[in-house]
Design a protein around this ligand. Sequence first.
Ligand SMILES: Nc1nc2c(ncn2[C@@H]2O[C@H](COP(=O)(O)OP(=O)(O)O)[C@@H](O)[C@H]2O)c(=O)[nH]1
Ligand SMILES: [Mg+2]
Length: 369
Amino acid sequence: MFDGLKNKLKNIQQKFGHSITEAAGPEVVAESPGEPVKTAPESVPEEKPIREGAVRVPEVVPEPPAPEVGKTPESFISRVRSLVIERELVISEKDIEEPLTELQMVLLENDVALDVSDAILAYMKEELVGSHRKIGTSVDNVVALALRRSLLRVLGEGFDLVTYIRNHERPVRILVTGVNGTGKTTSIAKMGHYLRENGFSVVLGAGDTFRAGAIDQIDEHARRLGIKVIQHKEGSDPAAVLFDTVEYAKGHGIDVVLADTAGRFHNRKNLMNQLEKIRRVMKPDLIVYVDEAVAGNDAVVRARDFNDLVGTDAVMLTKADMDPRGGAAISIAQSIGKPIVFLGTGQGYDDIVPFRPAAVVDELLGAEA
Ligand SMILES: Nc1nc2c(ncn2[C@@H]2O[C@H](COP(=O)(O)OP(=O)(O)O)[C@@H](O)[C@H]2O)c(=O)[nH]1
Ligand SMILES: [Mg+2]
């Protein structure tokens, strides 16, 4: 997932590190390179391989290191010093101008929306420009932490569907919207499976009545999962099917209604009118907009469009498993101001991951939680 962007971000972080280290000069590397080493080995943190994004907690002072065979304490200390900021590090905007421009290029090349890339750059400046006093933290870690925080700010909070349902009156009515082929019906099946595993009962509504194949498709998913589906004939009014689905849920004490819809109609205006009618009739508690991560910026533009026209409460991004760029996943929440609820990560029913911003950033920066 997002491998292309991940590798580019690794390079960019190194560039930030170089630019900052160069600008800061010998101060960062050592207090005074020629001077005898004042610090005794006992007080120097143990050297650990520094991984991008791994933030060393300064308070944890490990056991004094046993000098390695064949290595003098001096060479050990100087190696540690080269990784550690020994005193206050002051970063000016000019110091990071070049890597910032490169970062923006990388973000745009990977389909991050322009306004979101601007926001990330502004956050990076906010995080980095100024003075840092982080004894025991390497320049690389200052950069990694800044990038981590900047990305977290644009990713938003996510949306915990299980908690939402727990705190909500039943049945919870979830309407799924989005254009054709993005994975709506598959995602409904996955959500049904996920919710049942979390202890909720579910009924599906076959609201894509535009073609017979769509009804057969959701019916087949429901059969395989052993979930009830309410369906009418091809060409019937989807609002009526979904009304019946809600009535069924009420009558049978079902916790959640998952309502499928058509992604296309005779024309766009008709589709929007149809969705508007469904909304009036079934009164959804949540409208989940589905789009595919691989569509990149197109997904962001469409999401904005659907949000403006029929409303959206949360977004599910499918096909994240096929997306090397990650631009839509990074941009969509900030662009439309609505959280991502799930990522679709494959074609199996288990390939659904609740969207946890911290986990996505860990994935992007190759770090542990
Ligand atoms: N690789 C991958 N394929 C997916 C994912 N979600 C859906 N698909 C596939 O996308 C295609 C279209 O899905 P469908 O549910 O019919 O889309 P709909 O027209 O929006 O209802 C199907 O072949 C699905 O198996 C996903 O997360 N990853
Ligand atoms: Mg469908």
